[in-house]
Design a protein around this ligand. Structure first.
Ligand SMILES: [Mg+2]
Length: 364
């Protein structure tokens, strides 16, 4: 079997909130690139990548240039292909940036092809540790909402069957620590003590702020506090992690594999969050998961639950999947939720099929 052809397409997907219907800004579109990678035996693998922003056309071109270089390669030899692409870009277009975002789409499509060729779902190929996995609602309880909207959205998520959800602090403006504290307490009150609650700071606090506000809310019982300060301030993160009882999660902004070593060696986080596009695809995601396992740390996913549930379910230290519904509308069907858990698909590869009508609507 050989790689025969490819097609990379830019889409603009609405940034709505299908979970609680509480969009922060109505009508905004998120640019992404989808890849269809085809073999001479008729198998098509799909991949998706994002974060190109203003450079999304460049990201599309990067995917096309890299795919052109691997036509004729055996798609089952994924590490050989990754090495060829790295070498072909002078080994210097990484570990961050457009090369890695493009590589992620290609690596994802190759794993989809491998699964389809072997008639196995991806989570089994990657290790198959569990066939259902914990998940939490994300993207609804944003910092731009009022307290009343956040409460209403949180209760909607509970009604929909979510057993876990994530909110945000680092509120807009210049909030006092007491105002920050109020928001997370309001959400906790709305959902009661039995729902798992996480909170994302998106790198907006100083380490000392994180320790101050984090200490005030220890009794809220957060499952984790996420990206409390700059992702590459490994020492600052370690200080917060050591100071608080609440577990600290981080890693979604980290590029490639090696920086995770520095983050983990510095004991910067209690929970390692791995983004698929920034790490470079499923191959590299699983390497970081293995490294975290060796340090006795759990791993969690960032966005694209329809793809990432495979990786979190595959590894023994996979903790939970972020159910961020940004791209669910791209597919005919996405994994089902049962009792607050995601059920792993039985279909081969990613188990996803593009909904061609939706793709047509989102085309730029
Ligand atoms: Mg986050």
């Amino acid at each position: 079997m050989k790689i025969a052809s490819y097609e990379a397409t830019i889409l603009r997907v609405p940034e709505d909130d299908p979970l609680a219907d509480m969009p922060e800004e109505a009508g905004r579109l998120r640019p992404i690139v989808i890849l269809r990678l085809r073999t001479d035996s008729g198998i098509e693998g799909i991949g998706v990548t994002l974060y190109g922003g203003l450079m999304t056309r460049s990201l599309q071109a990067a995917i096309e240039d890299l795919c052109a270089a691997i036509v004729g390669e055996d798609p089952m030899r994924i590490e050989r292909i990754v090495a060829k692409l790295r070498a072909g870009t002078g080994d210097s277009c990484g570990p961050g940036g457009i090369f890695t975002l493009a590589l992620s789409a290609i690596d994802t499509a190759l794993w989809d092809i491998k699964g389809k060729a072997l008639d196995q779902p991806l989570w089994k190929l990657l290790g198959g540790h569990r066939d259902r996995v914990a998940t939490y609602a994300s993207g609804s309880l944003r910092r731009g909402l009022t307290d009343a909207q956040a409460q209403q959205a949180a209760q909607t998520l509970v009604r929909k069957g979510f057993k876990a959800m994530k909110t945000q602090m680092a509120l807009p403006g210049d909030p006092t620590p007491a105002e920050e504290e109020r928001r997370v307490r309001v959400v906790r009150e709305a959902i009661g003590p039995d729902i798992t609650l996480m909170c994302d700071i998106n790198q907006r606090w100083r380490p000392e702020q994180a320790i101050d506000i984090g200490s005030r809310i220890e009794d809220v019982g957060l499952f984790w506090l996420e990206d409390v300060t700059a992702h590459d301030d490994y020492a600052g993160l370690a200080r917060v992690t050591a100071a608080l009882n609440t577990p600290i999660a981080g890693g979604e902004y980290v590029w490639g594999v090696v920086p995770f070593r520095h983050m983990i060696e510095a004991r910067s986080v209690d929970i390692v969050m791995i983004d698929l596009a920034r790490v470079g695809g499923p191959s590299q995601w699983m390497k970081v998961a293995g490294m975290a396992e060796a340090f006795n740390l759990p791993v969690v996913s960032h966005v694209m639950p329809e793809i990432l549930l495979h990786m979190v379910a595959a590894c023994p230290n996979g903790l939970t999947v972020e159910y961020m519904p940004w791209m669910l509308a791209l597919y005919e069907e996405t994994p089902t939720l049962e009792d607050g858990m995601l059920v792993l698909p039985k279909t081969p590869g990613l188990g996803l099929k593009f909904d061609e009508k939706a793709i047509g609507r989102f085309k730029a």
